[in-house]
Design a protein around this ligand. Sequence first.
Ligand SMILES: Cc1cc2nc3c(=O)[nH]c(=O)nc-3n(C[C@H](O)[C@H](O)[C@H](O)COP(=O)(O)OP(=O)(O)OC[C@H]3O[C@@H](n4cnc5c(N)ncnc54)[C@H](O)[C@@H]3O)c2cc1C
Length: 602
Amino acid sequence: MQQLKQFWVAEALEKDLGDPGNPNSMMSFKQVMDLDEKEEFPDEIIDWLYNWKLQHYYIPTECGGEFTGFDEFISFVRVLSRRDQTAGIAFTTMFWSYLVWMAGTEEQKQNLASFMKDNNGTMCLAYSEKAHGSDLLGGDMKATKVEGGYLMTGEKWPINRATRSGVSFVLAQTDPAGGPRSLSLFMVEKSKIDPAKYSNLPKILTHGIRGSDMSGIKFDHCFIPDAMRLGAEGTGLELALKGFQITRALCAAFSQGAADTALRTTLKFALGRKLYGKTVFDMPQPRRTLTDAFLDILICDCCTYGVGRGFSTVPEQISAWSAVVKYFVTTTLETVVNNVSVVLGSRFYMREAHDWGIFQKVLRDNAIISMFDGSSIVNLHALLLQLRQLTKSRARNAGKNLEALSTRLSTTFDLTQTLPAFDGKKLELVNRGGDDVLQGLELAIASLEKLKSDSNLNPDTLYQIITFTEIMREELNSLDVEITESTFQFGHEQEPEFFDMARKYCVLHAAAACVYTWIYNRNHLGEFFANGEWLALSLRRLMLNLKPAKALPGRIDDSGVTQEMIRLYNEDRMFSIVPFQLAKSQLEETSTDASPKLQLQT
Ligand SMILES: Cc1cc2nc3c(=O)[nH]c(=O)nc-3n(C[C@H](O)[C@H](O)[C@H](O)COP(=O)(O)OP(=O)(O)OC[C@H]3O[C@@H](n4cnc5c(N)ncnc54)[C@H](O)[C@@H]3O)c2cc1C
């Protein structure tokens, strides 16, 4: 794993932030809980991150930064979010800079890069309006053309970092009769506009991420020079939707960080808490809940790193992949947090007990991830609009260009392969070329069949992996028929059944991502990863979404997976297919939490 450079930044950041269980560390659980109680913006943490120069990793190398790939980005955002989603999200509003890296002029790119690097600058995304929510085209914000620029009038709300940001990306109507081309996007640099013509709205009190700068921004005939428009007039909606493809996919990293802490802190409790003469962990039911949570995290890992790398290999397919990941990963990990809360018992609801009460904060903070940047429903809607086209492409491409497909899949999923540079101009609004992940199922089955001669593999495990992959293929075929026979029409008033089809599609895409991740990384991610038990168990979990338990092969022994989870916990490693090193834990919080190091020898 040493050679997987994309995890080095995350490891270095972890080391420098130190053990979150030590109250004296930066971003310790104690510190972030104190801030949360006071609903205070995490200024000290944000300054620390700027001094660490993390902002450089949000700027592509060609624009003078250090960003090289989304898989690296995902891993360090997980590091932030496992400690504190409030600070993680606040710092990461910088990922909206991608709008400029994608569509800005050279001057705009240089401006923004130097604003981020030299002035510790950040930005906010001002799309939503109180009266219009998800309906971007229905917004009231107007930018009326005048000599040399526009007069902007209207209000955006609720906007994260609207007040504490120097740049606002504002979507505004420039042509009331333009239909889908009625909107334009502006990179509003606050320092260069008249302060008397704009104002910020009061802080909004939220359920989670309480210390966030949640507010809004209001313009009143504010002059915005032409130079602050991003891309051509009328391309605002297109740009916004393409930008969402990036940010929505990357939102998964926030959830993965949160799920890690939810599992880690619950595990600590379960290993230390004694009942009936044994630990909670010794009881089969809680142990199963925790093991399943670990499996869900691994499943989501495969999807998240898959889309992260897919940006570089198949940007034209990301309109579908990002919607899948934003829906599937964030909702699955939300369920993980809820599931393990049961094991934590009453402590999940307490604001002080057990690890400074970090769990209840995770639960509250994490609930927003599936909501913002396009809710789960909005993402399923974005996906279902593409389902018919995806089905047609799958039929049209069946059995064709298999070599190219196989090369694309291996570059995407093999974590050791070098990725081509991401080119945002290659993103497409809708996926016309198909979805490699599901197109490649036949190839996956052929690769799995060849593994039958591999004497290192347990035949029963491989049998399960093959059987579940074949079930996936059958389910995909019947979903294709369902989609083809549907009376689907474009628009917003979709039948609930179409949302169910989109959900099924997400499950199949996630399952296939797990299979490729295993096939292409078996030789370099260690013994646990290679033996594939985690995969057989994960595929079964996924297929339970589509078929009753009785119709599936039985659950194999999961003790190896449980042991691996404990090993990662003991060694302070990320719960992940690439369990990179976390900061070493040093202090135990209270005497009631028995030392996990002792418990884990059993
Ligand atoms: C903490 C937080 C941070 C936020 N940060 C930002 C930010 O930085 N920038 C920003 O621009 N916005 C931000 N938002 C706003 C967020 O993106 C909006 O809340 C979101 O767009 C949904 O809008 P809405 O809540 O008004 O719901 P609405 O869009 O009004 O939706 C109402 C209902 O209609 C359903 N619905 C909507 N569309 C469809 C559809 N196509 N098919 C079926 N059902 C549908 C929804 O599921 C929901 O049930 C933030 C919100 C919060 C809470």
